[in-house]
Design a protein around this ligand. Sequence first.
Ligand code: FRU
Length: 470
Amino acid sequence: MSTKGNRDFRPSMHFTPSYGWINDPNGLTYDNGTWHLFAQHNPKEAVWGPMHWLHATSTDLLHWKEHGIAMYPDEKLGMIYSGSAIIDKGNTSGLGDGCDPMVLMYTSHGAHEQQSIAYSNDRFHFTPYEGNPVISNDDKRNFRDPKVFRNEIKDCWSMVLAAGDHAEFYASKDLIHWTKTGEFGAAENRLGGVFECTDVFPLKAPDGSEVWVLIVSMALRSQFGGGRMQYFLGTFDGDTFRETIPTDHPRILDSGYDNYAAVTYNGTDRRLMIGWGSSPSYANQAPTGDFCCLMTYVRELSLVETDAGLQLSHSPITPEFDLAEAARKPMPTDLRFPWMYVPEAEGKLPGELFSIHVEAEGPFTLSLFNDDGEHLDVSINNEQKLVVDRIHAGASDFSPVYASGICAVMSQNRTMRGPVKLDLYFDRMFAEMFTDNGTVINSSMVFPKSPYTKASMTGDGTMWIGTPRV
Ligand code: FRU
């Protein structure tokens, strides 16, 4: 039975389309005080369909204003698939009319996937370049999602895109003529599946060295959960990426299934990432009525050293919350085995937008409950794993993949030993969890029949409940 639209699940502080469908964040670029966000969009229905680009802007990365459709499917070249945006400083493309234009680079998805550009002189009205496609293709089946960036090493534009089982790199002086410069990933990919939405950028490691990060979304079969993001650490010589800090296991970007196609902003020195807060395997069935889906909170990325080596760390940009310590439940006086007593704290939730902060000496379980007996459970278990269990969190019968074990109970090894700090941010149907200095994270959609009203924590620690500051 579908529960589509059985109550209002629209988050209040995450970007959602006013109507219809969104998937991947596209064209993330900062320009003159404005953060631009575009999204893969079907304006007709809250399911995936003919892809347009929806445009929104923000001045604080929290409140978004929707501006309608920026790019429409092209009769000849096809739908407008994912891509990126850049402010063309110095008007290298010649497409600016007395100014530095904003240039979008995207995949034209028709009989084949080819790369095209569009430009805007006012940042809000976009004209497809008349010579599109700028990179043609008539044989590769998967060849998409160009991420353009300024290449300081070679003083040119560079672009990375997803090409089947690997990423490809291209360079250009004018954003119009492109030459291939390298490939990465066919041998290094530790997950299988098809590459999508690649991105590559440098970060400073704690020892001061520069490390390049390549992130990729992997389209996996649904028995493996469908969509998963992976990242690699290495170098970029101006032509191609090489992995220099390999691991035995894939580096999973987010242990939750609701962070896909995440990419980072151009036009700023900060490395800011937004992900699509859902999964290609079940977003079409999500019970959210006439809109689907949402973008994650923006996350600032950095590299941190952990007990498990160098890791990507996510620090979310969220509304401000006032934290209040939750009351500890008194220890029962009639306990027969007092040494088996597990301390518990409990508190009322302030609504459907809140945060929770936990500090614990060891394993704990944090649960959010509603009055219908549903609960979302988040633990650090005895095996030192973060476990997010949404089996009883709310509706799950809308999709066998969402309800399947792999997507219902998610776990990830901790990267740090000893005491643990965890932050959970909740917005009506979206939970984002960060622990071990932002290196172990989980983003998960949940659909409780009624709002969660109570949080409890069992374990040796303290819980604070955060009320949004108005
Ligand atoms: C990832 C993706 C991209 C593609 C877009 C189409 O979710 O499949 O590879 O460009 O979505 O909407």
